[in-house]
Design a protein around this ligand. Structure first.
Ligand code: AMP
Ligand code: GLY
Length: 424
């Protein structure tokens, strides 16, 4: 089969890495890709949200399946675009249509979905500019800290957690009346604060059955000890030690089954990944958010642990016979540590030559923000590379990742030295 992956980050390199191992793969394309995907697939320099350009690539290259990495093309309707085009409609897209993508594209929609299907989540109410005063009144009924979420996509920045009522009211006004996050904050969800430890589970579904992929925990803050600004993710670990069988059974019974059933009941034909962000509150799972794609850098630890053929699983999603597909996961632990540009997640420079990664053979070097520049590889984003290793324990896997990071350098390279600190 000829496969096209949309996206350019570490997640997409991990997809390409895994799909390139499939016995069923013929040609693999990544659009736009990075220097890492360039080494194992053919990069095509188009924007993943330019659907006409995607169409051209698919038809010119006899692509048989499209795997969508990021949420933007899904929320914009890339899957619907395929289904509405005679030349494309028989080509499966891994990723939901617009209706399913609303689970990520609208916090208000996802909260209503959870409430309707009795899926445990924080209590909430939604407000608009016209109901600002009601929003203030609702805040007064809650205890600090206060959680405010822009309804729409806000590049991962739309959630505010505030310690005082005064600040919460001020931010609510900013979001609703001053469009702090543009149209994304025209509606704001205010919810109860959940006190616990976060983790994520990932589900691959064909709309009828599902496979529960390995759990993972990512480290979102820039600074050691989980301090400082939020980032896209500075590292990840899989499996999550506290997500034991008992906890994961609760997750499956209370969250995964009702989610997949709920989508079906609501007439949403969902084919793709569901990333479920969870809070473990005293041993009970609550949903913080759904994403309609895999996580980054979680994919860089989740996919390497899957022993089964990923393309075979994707065919199961496309043909709705996922239940028949074999699904094996290694018991080994995988860790990944993200190398980032100095200054990230604020302003940073690109175009720094990266050296030392080519000779690494006991970690997997996933490129995130990189590109080729003549014969060298240079940085091309805030998150630059994710160094994934296996081990019998978290410590063993991390020791390998950090040993190999010592060999890599680029100007102003930064990374967290304490990934997994809370789990060891
Ligand atoms: P989200 O974009 O919904 O994942 O929110 C971003 C981050 O805010 C999450 O990863 C959590 O750390 C935190 N968060 C979101 N909702 C809550 C909540 N109800 N209680 C506590 N923390 C939350
Ligand atoms: N690492 C978090 C995310 O992909 O949303």
């Amino acid at each position: 089969m000829n496969i096209l992956i949309l996206g350019s980050g570490g997640r997409e390199h991990a997809f390409a890495y895994k799909l390139s191992q499939s016995k069923k793969i013929n040609k693999l394309f990544v659009a736009p890709g990075n220097a890492g995907t360039d080494a194992i697939a053919t990069n095509i320099a188009i924007n993943a949200t330019d659907f006409d350009a995607v169409k051209k690539v698919v038809l010119e290259n006899d692509v048989n399946m499209v795997v969508v990495g990021p949420e933007a093309p899904l929320v914009d309707g890339v899957h619907d675009f395929f289904l509405s085009d005679d030349a494309l409609k028989s080509i499966p897209v891994i990723g939901p249509k617009k209706d399913g993508a609303l689970l990520e594209g609208s916090k208000d929609f996802s909260k209503q979905f959870m409430q309707k299907h009795n899926i445990p989540t924080a209590q909430y109410q939604s407000f608009t500019k016209d109901t600002l005063e009601d929003g203030f009144a609702f805040l007064e009924t809650l205890q600090a800290p206060y959680v405010l979420k822009a309804d729409g996509l806000a590049a991962g920045k739309g959630v505010l957690i505030l310690n005082s009522l005064e600040e919460a009211k001020k931010e609510l006004s900013e979001m609703l009346t001053n469009e702090k996050f543009g149209s994304a904050s025209a509606t704001v969800v205010i919810e109860e604060f959940l006190d616990g430890i976060e983790l994520s589970v990932f589900v691959l579904t064909d709309g009828k059955s599902y496979k529960v992929l390995p759990s993972a925990k990512d480290y979102k803050r820039i600074g050691e000890g989980d301090t400082g600004l939020n980032t896209g993710g500075m590292g990840a670990i899989s499996p999550v030690p506290f997500a034991d069988e008992d906890f994961l059974t609760k997750v499956e019974d209370r969250i995964i089954k009702p989610t997949v059933d709920g989508l079906q009941k609501d007439g949403i034909d969902y084919r793709g990944f569901i990333f479920i962000g969870l809070m473990n509150v005293n041993g009970n799972p609550f949903v913080i958010e759904y994403n309609v794609r895999m996580g980054d850098p979680e994919t860089e630890v989740v996919l390497p642990r899957i022993d089964s053929d990923l393309l075979d699983l994707f065919e199961g999603v496309a043909n709705q016979n996922l239940a028949e597909k074999s699904f094996e996961v290694t018991s080994k632990t995988a860790t990944t540590v993200m190398l980032v540009s100095g200054g990230y997640p604020e302003a940073y420079e690109k175009g720094k030559t990266i050296s030392g990664f080519e000779s690494i053979d006991d970690s997997i070097v996933f490129h995130a923000g990189t590109k080729k520049d003549n014969d060298s590889v240079v940085s091309n984003g805030g998150r630059v590379m994710a160094i994934t290793s296996f081990g019998d324990t978290i410590t063993e896997a991390l020791t390998t990742s950090y040993k190999n990071i010592d060999k890599i350098s680029f100007e102003k390279m930064n990374y967290r030295k304490d990934i997994g600190f809370d789990l060891k």
